[in-house]
Design a protein around this ligand. Structure first.
Ligand SMILES: C[S@@+](CC[C@H](N)C(=O)[O-])C[C@H]1O[C@@H](n2cnc3c(N)ncnc32)[C@H](O)[C@@H]1O
Length: 208
């Protein structure tokens, strides 16, 4: 498997690329990052799936506050697609643990104080946050149909009634389960598409 370091994205440093180059490795494209930042502007945000903090940093730079949920044990599908968990991503027992790199990356990006990390499972976070409500929930955790469905349900439960739930990897070739789940969730919650950017799709409930 090819070793991927966070520095691999720092190639040609045009001014426009500097902000991008500061982002850690991840699968969020520049287009998607721009779309996500727009949605997060001044908002309270809940994120499911932070990994090394690429999307978290994009969100935190724009948002008022981000609660970032990740058990930091990695997702099987991304290990297959080449995510490297070397270089400080193992705990003392040899298990994947990306939490330290995640926190370091937030600090390096200057957004550590805008992020409340929740190191745990989405289900645990849902129980803990049951009285909270967010303007925006971004779902980018495990990419199976079942997991996306469950993450999406929890996202709509924790979003304000006029809040937005956004998913990464909608209609992405490698993740048909995400596409199916998003279509099902949109139907279940009577939500329509309010924006698209790359594979990022943002849904909002139709007001009654
Ligand atoms: C695709 S990565 C997230 C990428 C990140 N949004 C970015 O921009 O780089 C998926 C993350 O979801 C986390 N994850 C998967 N299933 C989870 C679950 N049930 N609860 C909490 N975190 C989960 C994994 O540990 C992994 O870090």
């Amino acid at each position: 498997m090819t070793e991927i370091s966070e520095e691999q994205h720092t190639t040609e440093m045009t001014e426009q690329d500097i902000a991008e180059a500061e982002l850690p490795f991840g699968w969020l494209s520049e287009t998607e990052a721009a779309g996500l930042a727009k949605l997060a502007e001044g908002k309270t945000v809940l994120e499911f799936g932070s990994f090394l903090g690429r999307s978290t940093i994009v969100l935190a730079r724009a948002a008022a506050l981000v609660v970032a949920v990740d058990h930091h044990r990695g997702s099987p599908e991304h290990q297959i697609l080449g995510a490297s968990y070397q270089d400080g991503s193992m705990d003392a027992h040899g298990r994947i643990d990306t939490s330290r790199r995640f926190l370091d990356n937030l600090a390096r990006a200057g957004v550590r104080d805008k992020v409340i990390p929740f190191v745990g499972d989405i289900e645990a976070a849902a129980r803990f946050l049951q009285r909270a409500s967010f303007d925006l929930v971004f779902v980018d955790a495990e990419h199976s149909r079942e997991a996306t469905m469950r993450g999406g349900e929890i996202a709509f439960q924790l979003a304000k009634s006029d809040g937005i739930v956004a998913f990464h990897d909608f209609q992405a070739r490698d993740f048909p389960g995400v596409t199916q789940a998003v279509i099902d969730i949109a139907a279940r919650y009577q939500a329509t598409t309010v924006s698209r950017a790359g594979s990022m799709i943002a849904l909002q409930r139709v007001s009654t």
